[in-house]
Design a protein around this ligand. Structure first.
Ligand code: COD
Ligand code: ATP
Length: 210
């Protein structure tokens, strides 16, 4: 069994999946899971590490103040989102608390998947956090920014300004392309995106499993 730098067992194939907000990553991840991959979702981990009672949430309260906490004791995600996407310094503070916790938890889940697994890590900020070299293969999903804004407004009740602020807080399409081994362009329907994902599996993943 090969080992990662940290001495943890490596999976058979370790895939990094990224893309801008609302680009289609979760759809690609779900299709890869249906093909047999184990998916580790950084967004889900970023919620788990600030659950009520966690050290992560205590640190968010200390860093951002009591307005970061809702009446029920959970993180007030709407309030924190408003704050950090308007203020790069606050975003840096929050990232500095949450990202190391997410990375540690991600490493644990990857090791737990075992040496035979194909592991896909869905990491929205893979490029921003300089992690491209940690993967055997980096998949980047790209979609038209105007379409992504429309999806956020339609599905998540965001204002156009809030949606644009999130896009502005992330890497550009050019920066993500530069890190991509495979670029998945999501410019047609959902079924087309799933079909493209199956083709990527056939071309880049399946040959490494024989
Ligand atoms: C700011 C928070 C509270 C907003 O919560 P909310 O429920 O509205 O959004 P959610 O967590 O579902 O994130 C949705 C998307 O927003 C984008 N996003 C989230 N945080 C960031 C960030 N710090 N910088 C840039 N984009 C971000 C990502 O594309 C992510 O997929 C939350 O996103 C958070 O805790 N962010 C810090 C941790 C983080 O970087 N998460 C994303 C990758 S691990
Ligand atoms: N080609 C498409 N046609 C129609 N709807 C789409 C298409 N691609 C994605 N969507 C829809 O857009 C929304 C965002 O897609 P998805 O959740 O896969 O993106 P994401 O990159 O994981 O988002 P986030 O960064 O917020 O986690 C979903 O409601 C999805 O069904």
């Amino acid at each position: 069994m090969s080992e990662s730098e940290a001495g943890l067992p490596k999976p058979r194939l370790h895939i990094g999946l990224t893309g801008g907000i609302a680009s289609g990553k979760s759809t690609v991840a779900a299709e890869l899971a249906a093909l047999g991959a184990i998916v580790v979702d950084a967004d889900a981990l970023s919620r788990a590490v600030v659950e009520p009672g966690s050290e992560g949430l205590d640190r968010v309260r200390e860093a951002l103040g009591p307005t970061a906490i809702a009446a029920d004791g959970s993180m007030d995600r709407a309030a924190v989102g408003k704050l950090v996407f308007a203020d790069p310094e606050a975003r840096k503070l929050l990232n500095g608390i949450i990202h190391p916790l997410v990375r540690a938890e991600g490493r644990r889940l990857v090791a737990e998947a075992g040496p035979d697994a194909v592991v896909v890590q869905d990491v929205p900020l893979l490029v921003e956090t300089g992690q491209a070299d940690a993967y055997d293969l980096v998949l980047v999903v790209e979609a038209d920014p105007a379409e992504r804004v429309a999806r956020m407004v339609r599905d998540r009740g965001m204002s156009e300004d809030d949606a644009r602020a999130r896009i502005a807080a992330q890497a550009t399409d050019e920066q993500r392309r530069a890190a991509a081994d495979v670029l998945i362009v999501n410019d047609a329907g959902l079924e087309d995106l799933r079909r493209t994902t199956r083709r990527v599996w056939e071309q880049y993943v399946a040959p490494k499993l024989t």
